[in-house]
Design a protein around this ligand. Structure first.
Ligand SMILES: [Mn+2]
Length: 447
């Protein structure tokens, strides 16, 4: 018992983000907004309104799983639900004033939901002038906004704010792209946060694969993922995992994860951990029996070759650009599947088209506080150091594919990497095996 319980000890992963970093982010955001406003001229002050996540319900009185919105957490450090945050700053001054909009909990609510953080605790990261009750928010905005205010808000709709903004002649601009630009390039403490969560995600995926042999339902794998992640300190899964056996792996966002697994099936698992507001995103595939059929193995190795080539291609690029990786992936898939016999044509253009059909998704997305991070940032830009992204080539062979041998197999191999300071990329999920034999080794099925 004692030996086993030790395995639960290493579960504390403190946040790497210091309080001052939140102040720096707000400062940088205001500076960038003002730089852009200076080009257009006219505004006297900035009023920036951020909305936090609302508590939502799946049935009367039954709260859904809650996660703070990442923009809100990035700027304020606050994780409690149902808040707004307002920053105002004169255009020609470094000074800014912040307000947290939040209601106190009554003694009755505290009985059911527990206490909220104290004002002093919230102030450490969010450094506001005062807490404004939600019923007073519109009044506060009325005071802060005048005719020459540049008002920024997230583009998502919000009834309360729309009510206010309709009465204002000032146009409202979206702040999302400005925050995305800051979030794209991670600070050194954010890089540590990403290393933490990717290490946790790698351990979770490896431990799941070690225990997965002969499970007979996708649901059991979901449970195993949850168990292996949480016992190591994951706060929750980063997203509903894809756990897809056999032909269901060809449904790219198959989320039901509740079907029977047959003995000869391979299983695709796409899962991540959520830790201190940052997430990992890893995909691995394995035969449930621990033994690959010849077709399963040869298709797996053809895809793995593409994955390895992409890692070294990205590592050797002078400037990484996700669009370049995408083009490279299609070329590699065409060549690798041509050699395998999955693509029959030898016409280059047709081979690329076939590759695009077999893998209809992009090779990468940015990663950070959200799994599809920084959605407003183009994938066609040169990346600076400390940008985290995935590399995830896939192959999905439908049941009606002309090449019978590989019908009904779907694979994706996904790792998380970062552009490194001195050039090249850092592999953040190196801890999860991906070789066909290594996978069998951790499943203990090597003869
Ligand atoms: Mn992904």
């Amino acid at each position: 018992m004692l030996k086993n319980s030790r395995r639960f000890l290493n579960t504390i992963w403190p946040s790497r983000i210091q309080n001052e970093e939140y102040a720096r982010r707000r400062h940088d955001l205001l500076r960038n907004l003002k730089m852009d406003l200076a080009k257009n001229g006219g505004a006297e002050n900035i009023v920036l309104i951020l909305k936090g996540a609302k508590r939502s319900y799946i049935a009367p009185d039954v709260p859904a799983q809650y996660r703070q919105l990442s923009h809100f957490r990035y700027i304020t450090g606050i994780t409690m639900p149902d808040c707004y945050y307002i920053i105002t700053s004169p255009i020609d001054s470094e000074k800014s004033t912040c307000f947290l909009v939040a209601d106190k909990r009554s003694a009755y609510d505290e009985l059911w939901e527990g206490k909220l953080p104290t004002e002093a605790e919230l102030e450490k990261t969010a450094n506001f002038e005062e807490i404004v009750p939600r019923g007073k928010m519109l009044q506060t905005l009325e005071k802060l906004c005048h005719r020459n205010s540049a008002v920024f808000f997230e583009s998502q709709s919000d009834d309360l704010l729309n009510q206010f903004l309709q009465t204002k002649s000032a146009s409202v601009r979206s702040v999302n792209h400005y925050i995305d630009k800051l979030r794209l390039q991670k600070s050194s403490s954010e890089m540590q946060s990403m290393r933490d969560v990717c290490s946790l995600g790698s351990q979770t995926m490896s431990a799941m694969i070690s225990g997965v042999k002969d499970l007979q339902n996708e649901n059991a794998i979901c449970g195993l993922l949850e168990f292996e992640g949480r016992r190591r300190g994951s706060e929750m899964q980063a997203y509903p995992p894809v756990v897809a056996a056999g032909n269901r792996a060809n449904t790219i966002h198959y989320l039901d994860a509740n079907s029977e697994i047959f003995r000869g099936d391979c299983v695709l698992v796409d899962a991540g951990c959520d830790l201190n507001g940052y997430v990992s995103d890893i995909t691995r595939c394995f035969p449930i029996s621990g033994h690959w059929s010849d077709a399963q193995k040869s298709l797996y190795e053809a895809l793995l070759y593409v994955h390895e080539q992409l890692l070294s291609y990205a590592h050797n690029l002078e400037k990484v650009k996700l669009s370049l990786l995408f083009r490279k992936m299609n070329e590699l898939l065409a060549a690798s599947f041509g050699e395998l016999g999955l693509i029959k044509t030898r016409n280059h253009r047709e081979m690329i088209e076939e590759a695009e059909k077999l893998c209809p998704h992009h090779v990468s997305h940015y990663l950070g506080m959200d799994v599809h991070d920084c959605a407003t940032i183009s994938r066609d830009i040169d990346l600076p150091p400390n940008v985290v992204f995935t590399i995830e080539p896939g192959v999905y062979v439908p049941l009606n594919h002309p090449v019978a041998e590989f019908r009904g197999i779907g694979y994706r191999i996904e790792d998380d990497v970062a552009t490194a300071e001195g050039g090249g990329i850092e592999l953040l999920t190196a801890g999860v095996p991906r070789g066909s034999l290594e996978i069998q080794q951790i499943m203990s099925t090597v003869d």
